[in-house]
Design a protein around this ligand. Structure first.
Ligand SMILES: Nc1nc2c(c(=O)[nH]1)N[C@H]1C(S)=C(S)[C@@H](COP(=O)(O)O)O[C@H]1N2
Ligand SMILES: [Mo]
Length: 206
């Protein structure tokens, strides 16, 4: 049996076996990893990379690459869902949970109910803190055990897998706490403010 035959058989079998309750409505399963970026891929050297947590213009914490790598590491396997309708099952990511970031700056709970993620290139996205705590959000630095490719957000991206993937800002450099919710890049351009794939919250008003 040739390899193409095996992999094709494997793929269709796998799609058949995808439980309905694992795929939000309007989504299909893909085995490749499309790249969706609103602008060019920035080339970021880890030697120049820093990551910061901010509140009202003041710095809560800032890490160099080596300092960030020394934070507690968590690995998760999760499905991801893009608003353009592809879903990818069982992706494995490693990085630092939002909970561990808070702990690292001495907070037992978040100082405000919303955050804006600020990314290299100017992309922004807003997320409620409730969707990041309890292990639900991370800043990840490895995909399938390897450094994340630049096109997919390397060296570090936000990962909020239970929301549409536009919330998972690539090249994240700064998370800013906000007392009042503000809209990020796509949220200001007609996409849903929250983006729950299980409720098909694709566009404003869904
Ligand atoms: N900085 C940044 N992050 C981003 C984007 C972007 O354009 N810039 N696109 C978002 C969108 S719309 C999606 S669907 C995912 C795509 O991630 P991927 O390219 O790794 O598949 O990244 C999100 N994060
Ligand atoms: Mo997207």
């Amino acid at each position: 049996m040739d390899e193409t035959h095996i992999s094709r058989g494997f793929r269709s079998k796998r799609q058949e076996q995808t439980p309905k309750n694992r795929l939000p409505s309007g989504q299909y399963v893909t085995t490749d990893f499309p790249v969706l970026s609103a602008g060019p891929t920035p080339q970021i050297r880890v030697a120049d990379w820093t990551f910061a947590l901010q509140l009202n213009g003041s710095l809560l914490g800032k890490w160099s690459w080596d300092e960030f790598e020394a934070l507690p590491q968590t690995t998760i396997k999760t499905d991801i869902h893009c608003v353009t309708r592809w879903s990818k099952l069982d992706t494995t990511w490693q990085g630092v949970t939002f909970d561990d970031l808070l702990k690292a700056v001495g907070f037992s709970e978040a100082p405000a109910p919303y955050i804006m993620a600020h990314c290299d290139g100017g992309y922004t996205t807003n997320v409620p803190v409730a969707d990041l705590v309890g292990g639900r959000g991370m800043v990840v630095t490895r995909y399938e055990g390897l450094p994340i490719a630049p096109a997919h957000g390397g060296p570090a991206r936000l990962l909020v897998p239970h929301l549409y993937l536009w919330k998972s800002g690539k090249w994240v450099r700064r998370i800013r706490f906000m007392q009042k919710d503000e809209r990020g890049f796509w949220e200001s351009l007609g996409y849903h403010n929250y983006g729950d794939p299980w409720k098909e919250q694709r566009y404003d008003g869904d």
